[in-house]
Design a protein around this ligand. Structure first.
Ligand SMILES: [Zn+2]
Length: 373
């Protein structure tokens, strides 16, 4: 998270614009950013500490937020709308202001004003909906999009095989000059109001979004997640549907009767699938371990291998999941299988293994992509 380049940013942006961005209603912004705010609080956006209860709160009067965990970087003082966007979307000061004032659909985009394409207004419904009723919209978009190619971020950088991407119907978004390109496509087939309610905006509108991942339930797509390539940043960011309940787990194509590797994050799951390991990803760390375990129930006849990221939060979360799997009679391997184990399998030397915390680190040491299956 970069909260550092304010000095440089301020020289380039007028004070009026900064003030305007700071006045943008912070709770609306939090909602637009996909944060699950309840009673003006939500889980902290800082991933580096545990968050059993929502530890971050918003103050409508001062239009700021603060985390109440003493060690957190957002604890020392109140932070404003710009800080929030910088942290959540990993943007610079200037980019964050642009996001608040320009990029967001509730605002007009100067260069497109002449075309009179009024963007969709933000879905402000408080209650998160199920995605089932918008399956047709999600499927329409997915069918319209092309598959990734060899130079795609997920293939070239993340070493996920093209076959795995195809098997899971993962598509790529093309960067469009016209920000309304995908929206116009959708509007050929669906009423605006339904498109708005489907929460699809953060995915089709983000020019940095490079891939769309469908979540299936009983053959229908019930959720989409967008992946934004990291560019100069460290990690890829995800784009979630707005106002739609996010599934707890992501299940890539599973090979029949194979054991399942339970891991963190979609990209890790797809990466493991590329090596021929069936995998299920926990995608929402904020869900309780009970919820995670109950979502795994349909796979109870499989044997599970637990593959946490090799860091404190990963191991702690998986320790709790392990207990639940045990009490609920799941069949699981009591040893963890983490990126370090995978590194050993790939015969990386000890010096490299010490530096590996998650598959992203492991990727840095991989010379070649996995073989196509
Ligand atoms: Zn915090």
């Amino acid at each position: 998270m970069k909260l550092i380049d304010k000095g440089i940013g301020i020289n380039l942006i007028s004070k009026g614009r900064i003030a305007q961005a700071k006045n943008y209603p912070i709770l609306d912004l939090a909602h637009q950013l996909g944060l699950e705010v309840r009673n003006k609080s939500c889980g902290c956006i800082n991933p580096s500490h545990e968050d059993k209860h929502p530890s971050m709160s918003f103050d409508k009067r001062t239009n700021t937020f603060k985390c109440w965990v003493p060690t957190c970087q957002f604890n020392t003082k109140s932070h404003d709308t710009i800080d929030l966007v910088m942290a959540v979307k990993n943007l610079s000061f200037q980019e964050a202001i642009n996001f608040i004032l320009v990029d967001y659909p509730s605002q007009c985009i100067p260069s497109y004003q002449n075309t009179k394409k009024t963007p969709l207004s933000v879905n402000r419904t408080k209650s998160a909906e199920n995605g089932e009723k918008y399956a047709d919209i999600y499927e329409y978009l997915i069918n319209f999009l092309p598959y990734p190619d060899k130079s795609h971020y997920l293939v070239a950088d993340r070493k996920i095989s093209l076959d795995v991407l195809k098997a899971n119907n993962i598509k790529r978004l093309i960067q469009q000059v016209n920000p309304y390109y995908y929206l116009n496509k959708l509007q050929e087939a669906f009423p605006r109001e339904r498109i708005k309610q489907s929460g699809i905006y953060p995915i089709v509108y983000d020019n940095n979004c490079c891939a769309v991942i469908p979540f299936y339930r009983e053959g229908r797509i019930i959720y989409l997640q967008g992946i934004a390539s990291p560019g100069k940043r460290e990690k890829a960011k995800v784009r979630n549907l707005m106002g739609i309940i996010k599934p707890v787990i992501y299940v890539p194509e599973l090979k029949d009767n194979h054991s399942v590797n339970l891991c963190e994050g979609i990209i890790t799951a797809l990466y493991m699938s590329s090596f021929g390991y069936s995998s299920v990803a926990i995608i929402s760390g904020s869900d309780s371990t009970e919820t995670i375990a109950s979502n795994l129930t349909p796979f109870k006849d499989r044997k599970f291998f637990l593959c946490p990221d090799a860091d404190k939060v990963g191991i702690e979360t998986f320790n709790k999941i392990k207990k639940l799997l045990f009490t609920q009679g799941f069949n699981y391997d009591s040893e963890y299988f983490n990126p370090i184990e995978l590194g050993r399998k790939l015969k990386l030397d000890a010096k490299i293994l010490i530096k590996i915390k998650d598959l992203n680190d492991l990727r840095a040491y991989m010379q070649t992509p996995p073989k196509e299956q």
